[in-house]
Write a new protein. Structure first.
Lengths: 529, 307
């Protein structure tokens, strides 16, 4: 007898970074690394489960920015080149280390992994969306959307601009996957009052909030965070379970810091002979991580004291951790069932990039976990939100509180001394965008160039709104790039807007922006109407 | 400040999704990414209010040249900027006089154009007027902000009958829901990786490893160019200050607050030039009742020799 359910949500997102104007661009690596380390390995895990008839469920939110990068021809080709180089390096490494265990086994793992990536990549014609569509079709995976460019909704000031973010996210999903999304991931899990009304209008069935979004909701949630509720607008909302978040993330008790797991910071990009590694670095020749690492976390020791990675130990650990995670869920769910008059649901939400990129063995952990859940116990089953809602269509109505999953639970990460200066500009652009659409949308119906201008204005505003820029400014990582992008999109917007107002459209400039900031080929400025 | 700069370099390498330390790249035939500054103002007179968390709001404003000269005509130069913060919870059609209560914040510097407002009460709604205070203390509104309903803090006292639950069971449920973990640090990759990197830095005291991460591509390229020119020697020193205290304490280095890692550790790299450096390190317990201070005095002297 099943006593409850567990729902896994993986949020896949990267800001739209594409620089056709350069042959080689450092920040595009975010995408290439995540492809090799996270996106493709996860697809491979899910396909493996399907092939072995292991029942599993997972919600994957694919942000429209990320989906747009996956379908972009230039990035597809560049990733192909990148991965080919990586395979070449891995092959050389296998040869170089042929007499040196355990390095040899580790090198073999990289070689196999990269080749597996290439195989999957080629099988889907270099477009991972094809693989996601296939997964969606099985009914075991729900792929959901996100607001257009991951804009931080609570700090967008006009209703129309909030709507535009959500409508564009839904529209982009429809054009990518050929159906309406069931659910949405609000960027940074950030909820603000009445956003659910927009979701309702867009026919969204469910979304997610951080635990206190529901716990501090009004009235009190009868089942805490262990059952969905309906917002006043009638959209279902599921809250994040903090125990499972803590188990994976926590610096002291979290799984990824285990001594047997791979050490992220000891990379051959720094360790190997310069002339040997140089062809695999960026064109500036600076030593950076290339993605092959032979050492394990070892313990709290310096980088020079790290010990060699032993693949078998790491695999054993991943299996043990999966067992531990399952055991804890069994207890949690059994207890909840004993005090509830219905089956509880525990919702675990993670950044997908945690699995594989940072936690190298993360995809293996999920693989073991779903297999164990399937074969080794009967206390709980994995479930999708829509399945749970079908089982329990009657739920409490609660006004969730404004919240986010960022540090301290509200909006500080995106609003503090390092980034608060951006909002006066973003808000001005929102205002001008709405004004431009109102003034020109009738003319644009038959004036091709004005239509293009309005559409490009929408793209520039969307790109400027990515929550990633403000986030990067706060974390202090790659700040220069975030500043540049933030200012560039706002400046592009203002320049283009002025050209439109003065009726002096510089078509060369418009062409350049369309080529460079090419997110959403299907953009439609009317989402601002 | 120098220290701040160093910290920024540290974090640049521990980036979430990237492997590199700097975005300086060889840009072929294309000018580097253009960074034009944003407009200083848009010629508007307005104030906007944004929620930050249950206790804080952020207001920014702009006053156009026209508005300024009008004000000068009316009141001479004798006025101060001020913002009036109204509690408008459950007020229908706020009109400036029907607020529940209000308080003023005088802005002494006319060039200041934003303010973080600490609110006296949680779970209320607020609206802000941007205005001036004349010499006789009269507040004159220039512009009114949007109304902000604050994010809630704390469990609602309201229950609904249909979904009633016993108080004791509810308390147990709150515990199970991780109520004690709310707001206790975020779970995001960038943060986790940064913490790990800082810990590694703290532990790895071998200079070779510290430098491998720290060399920005810019610096590295410069070095290569210099090599081609002539024989040279350059040397410099850096200082690593590290330690630990109670994780919930406040730590000040040189008077600046410094963020502790989760377990209360800290480490900081400082450029160490010739001369004497005083580095006071002060920890204050979370309730402010206890404090400890350690000060380092470090002197560097260099001697150069030509052959």
């Amino acid at each position: 007898m099943v006593e409850g359910y567990w729902c896994l949500v993986l949020h896949n997102h990267l800001p739209f970074v594409k620089h056709p104007e350069y042959d080689d661009f450092l920040e595009e690596d975010w995408f290439y690394e995540a492809m090799t380390e996270t996106y493709i390995p996860l697809i491979s895990v899910f396909q493996g489960l399907l092939n072995d008839n292991v029942d599993f469920r997972v919600v994957m939110s694919i942000s429209p920015s990320l989906a747009n990068m996956m379908t972009d021809k230039l990035l597809q080709d560049r990733y192909y080149r990148k991965l080919s180089k990586l395979i070449e390096l891995a092959e050389k490494e296998v040869w170089r280390l042929r007499h040196q265990e355990p390095f040899y086994s580790t090198a073999k793992i990289y070689e196999e992994k990269f080749k597996m990536c290439m195989q999957i990549y080629e099988r889907y014609n270099r477009n991972l969306i094809n693989a996601y569509k296939e997964l969606l079709f099985t009914g075991k995976v729900d792929i959901i959307t996100c607001n257009a460019t991951h804009g931080f909704l609570p700090l967008i000031i006009t209703e129309r601009a909030k709507k535009a973010q959500i409508r564009m996210g839904v529209k982009s999903y429809e054009n990518t996957f050929g159906k309406k999304p069931n659910g949405i991931w609000l960027a940074e899990c950030a909820y603000y009052y009445k956003v659910d009304e927009i979701l309702k209008e867009c026919d969204i069935k469910y979304f997610f909030v951080e635990a206190h979004g529901l716990l501090y909701g009004e009235p009190r949630p009868k089942y805490g965070i262990f059952a969905p509720v309906y917002t006043p607008a009638g959209v279902a909302v599921f809250a994040r379970d903090l125990e499972t978040a803590h188990q994976v993330w926590s610096a002291d008790v979290g799984y990824p810091g285990d001594p047997d797991y791979r050490e992220f910071y000891r990379d051959v990009g720094y360790d190997l002979d310069y002339e040997y590694i140089k062809p695999y670095l960026h064109s500036d020749g600076v030593r950076r991580n290339v993605g092959i690492k032979y050492y394990r976390v070892t313990g709290r020791v310096g980088l020079d004291k790290k010990e060699p990675y032993v693949p078998q130990w790491a695999q054993n650990k991943a299996a043990i951790h999966a067992g531990n995670f399952m055991f804890n869920r069994e207890h949690q769910i059994r207890y909840l069932r004993s005090i509830f008059d219905r089956e509880p649901i525990v919702v675990s939400m993670y950044d997908a990039e945690l699995f594989g990129h940072w936690w190298f063995e993360g995809p293996d952990f999920l693989n073991y976990l779903f297999r164990k859940i399937h074969y080794d116990q009967n206390v709980f089953r994995p479930i999708l939100p829509m399945e749970y809602l079908e089982k329990y269509p009657k739920n409490q109505i609660i006004q969730p509180t404004a919240s986010s999953w960022g540090d301290k639970g509200y909006y500080e990460v995106w609003l503090n001394g390092s980034n608060d200066w951006i909002y006066r500009h973003l808000h001005k652009c929102e205002e001008l965008m709405c004004a431009a659409v109102d003034e020109y949308h009738r003319i644009a119906a038959y004036d091709g160039i004005k239509k293009r201008v309005l559409n490009q204005l929408a793209r520039e505003l969307f790109l400027a709104q990515s929550s990633d820029w403000a986030f990067i400014m706060t974390t202090g990582t790659m700040v220069e790039y975030a500043h540049t992008r933030q200012k560039q999109h706002i400046n592009n917007f203002l320049k283009l807007y002025n050209q439109l107002k003065e009726n002096k459209i510089d078509e060369g400039f418009l062409n350049w922006l369309e080529y460079k900031d090419s997110i959403f080929p299907d953009v439609d400025y009317r989402v601002f109407l | 400040m120098k220290e701040e700069k160093e910290i920024e370099v540290t974090s640049a390498i521990s980036s979430g999704m990237s492997s590199g330390s700097s975005s300086v790249l060889e840009r072929k035939q294309v000018p580097p990414l253009e960074v034009r500054e944003l407009p200083k103002s848009y010629g508007d007179t307005k104030i906007v209010l944004l929620p930050k968390d249950p206790w804080w709001c952020f207001a920014y404003w702009e006053i156009s040249e026209n508005t300024f000269s009008e004000l000068r005509n009316l009141y001479g130069g004798n006025f101060k900027l001020s913002i009036r913060v109204y509690d408008v919870t459950n007020v229908n059609n706020f009109d400036g006089i029907n607020a529940n209560k209000f308080f003023d914040i005088d802005i002494d510097n006319i060039n200041v154009n934003n303010w973080y407002i600490n609110l006296p009460e949680v779970n209320r709604s607020w609206c802000v007027d941007l205005g001036i205070k004349t010499q006789d203390g009269k507040f004159i509104t220039i512009s009114r902000s949007n109304i902000v309903i604050m994010p809630k803090f704390g469990v609602s006292p309201l229950t609904d009958e249909q979904w009633a639950i016993l108080q004791r069971e509810f308390e147990r449920l709150l515990e199970m829901s991780g109520i004690s973990m709310i707001g206790k640090g975020s779970f995001d990759i960038a943060k986790l990786m940064k913490e790990r990197w800082e810990e590694l830095l703290f532990i790895s005291q071998l200079p070779q490893f510290i430098s491998s991460g720290f060399v920005s591509s810019f610096a590295a390229r410069q070095e290569q160019i210099e090599l081609a020119k002539e024989f040279f020697l350059k040397a410099d020193t850096e200082l690593i200050v590290y330690g630990e205290t109670m994780p919930d304490a406040k730590l000040y280095i040189n008077g600046d607050e410094y963020k502790l890692s989760k377990d209360g550790r800290f480490s900081l790299r400082i450029h160490l030039g010739d001369g004497t450096l005083h580095i006071p390190i002060k920890a204050v317990s979370s309730d402010g009742s206890m404090q400890k201070e350690i000060t380092f005095l470090i002197t560097r002297e260099s001697k150069e020799k030509q052959f």
